[in-house]
Design a protein around this ligand. Structure first.
Ligand code: ADP
Length: 485
């Protein structure tokens, strides 16, 4: 959980998660704006397409009506000439059954054209209609005659067999009204869509960015000194949740390293005090006494020994820190672990024999791993050294190395003093020494170094032990990918 979520920096302004955006520069605001813009654009496109479709469907219907009228009048003209047409139109006008069409018939001669219009088009400006350019036969006029009410017409024409031109026009008023209403409705619908789109965008962006805000809060909290602050995760499995989890594990790792460094520093300070005090004591006594030059040399030799031990301790501590932080440079090469095990055992066989401990090995002839030869030798030497140190005379030590699927397993088993369950987790700590081991030489750094080096090789080390019944240290190293069958 987040501890002290708002540090001295003051959080996100206006409460942790309460206020979605600080300003128009935030990603949240930009996301919301883009989201609503996209929604508005989609809606406008949809409305636009529907409008176009509607308008062309209505236009097609209107034009079909005009064409039908044109065909009917043309047939009438062919059957009975101008008289029949005039007769029908006059009859329609008289009986009030006029079709809502504008009709103009221009004869082949110079006679003025004949014009009919529905009665209810009282305000129509006849002069403008008269002067309207002739529509070429079979085509539609784009020139729209507007009457005083702003009514517009579209006109088509047909050249009759005797050379006359019959033009029929229909009002577009009906469809203009429908389309006008549609435009109005669209404008009214677009406003709530824009509002909804923006609020939806704000909501979505707010939700989506919450994990990021939590990370920011955590960073602020850490900045403010709460190094234990962590980002709450919700196991949703999405990318931001994964980021939070990774961020937390990174923080864990950093805290682990910081804790390790702190405790190492404490331990080092504590453990340096004794040898330094000893060096000082020896040097002081030598200075004060009037002893011979031999005694003084003896004191100096003691100081050199103590200083060497101090140097070893400091070097090992630095190696451990480097290995744990990943800064240790490994000189990786193809290493035959079986050969390395035999070599290490040969080196320690003499010491083991002197102590009365039997040391045996069992390993395949070839076990290739990609590793730093010198560092692995150090690992084996430390484990063997411990096994010999903590196994009384008459005991046995067995080192085995074998391949197990995609890894190589090395075991160092002894029949020594073993460890209690309480001790087991502590043996990996820097400078830790078991109670029973105080009588033995050592710094309490061997196993810390072993574990750090093994982990730097992407391996792991385990221990099982019974107090008084011996211990087994198991090192598992991955096989190089090319070697895996
Ligand atoms: P040390 O210098 O004390 O050997 P290590 O880090 O190598 O330091 O080991 C830490 C402690 O783990 C030892 O002090 C000892 O108590 C315990 N330990 C390590 N190896 C063995 C073993 N083979 N048998 C019993 N105890 C062991």
């Amino acid at each position: 959980m987040i501890a002290g979520a708002t540090g001295p920096g003051g959080g996100l302004g206006g409460g942790p998660l309460g206020r979605p955006f600080r300003s128009s520069r935030t990603i949240g605001f930009r996301l919301a704006t883009w989201y609503s813009l996209a929604l508005i654009l989609t809606s406008v496109t949809l409305f636009g397409l529907t409008y176009l479709f509607m308008s062309s469907a209505l236009q097609a219907r209107d034009r079909e009506d005009i064409r039908a009228e044109l065909r009917e009048l043309a047939a009438l003209y062919e059957a009975g000439g101008l008289e029949r047409v005039a007769e029908l139109l006059t009859l329609q006008a008289r009986t009030g059954t006029s079709e809502p069409f504008l009709i103009r018939l221009t004869g082949p001669g110079d006679a003025p054209p004949l014009l009919w219009k529905p009665d209810d088009w009282v305000d129509i400006d006849l002069r403008r209609i008269q002067a309207m350019a002739r529509v070429p036969s079979g085509q539609w006029s784009d020139l729209r005659a507007r009457d005083n009410e702003g009514r517009s017409f579209e006109v088509t024409a047909l050249r009759l067999p005797d050379g006359s031109l019959l033009e029929v026009g229909g009002s577009t008023e009906g469809r203009d009204r429908v389309l006008g209403r549609f435009r109005q409705a669209a404008a009214w619908v677009l406003i709530p869509i824009a509002v909804l789109g923006f609020s939806g965008g704000v909501l979505l962006a707010n939700r989506a960015l919450q994990p990021i805000r939590r990370i920011v809060q955590t960073v602020r909290a850490i900045e403010g000194g709460s190094i234990d602050a962590r980002v709450p995760t919700h196991r949703t499995g999405d990318e931001l949740d994964e980021l939070s989890t990774l961020f937390n594990s990174m923080l864990e790792r950093i805290s682990f390293l910081i804790r390790g460094m702190r405790s190492a520093l404490d331990n080092v300070a504590h453990d340096l005090r004794t040898p330094i005090a000893r060096i000082r004591g020896v040097a002081e006594i030598a200075l004060r006494s009037d002893d011979s030059a031999d005694d003084a040399r003896q004191a100096l030799a003691e100081c050199v020994d103590e200083s060497d031990q101090l140097l070893t301790m400091l070097n090992t501590l630095m190696d451990i820190s480097e290995a744990e932080s990943g800064a240790l440079t490994l000189d990786v090469d193809a290493v035959n672990l079986a050969e390395l095990v035999e070599g290490a055992a040969d080196l320690y066989r003499h010491v083991a024999e002197e102590k009365g401990v039997a040391l045996s090995t069992r390993a395949a002839s070839e076990l290739w791993v990609a590793a730093d030869r010198t560092r692995l030798r150090q690992v084996l030497a430390n484990l063997l050294d411990n096994a010999i140190k903590y196994t009384p005379a008459g005991g046995r030590i067995e080192v085995t190395a074998e391949q197990d699927r995609d890894r190589v397993v090395v075991r160092v088993a002894d029949t020594g003093i073993g460890m209690t369950p309480d001790e087991l987790p502590r043996i990996w700590e820097r400078l830790y020494r078991g109670d029973q081991s105080r009588s033995q030489r050592g710094l309490g750094l061997g196993l810390s170094l072993v574990r750090a080096v093994v982990e730097a090789h992407r391996g792991r080390i385990e221990v099982s032990s019974v107090a008084g019944g011996g211990s087994v240290f198991t090192v598992v190293l991955p096989l190089p990918a090319a070697t895996i069958a």
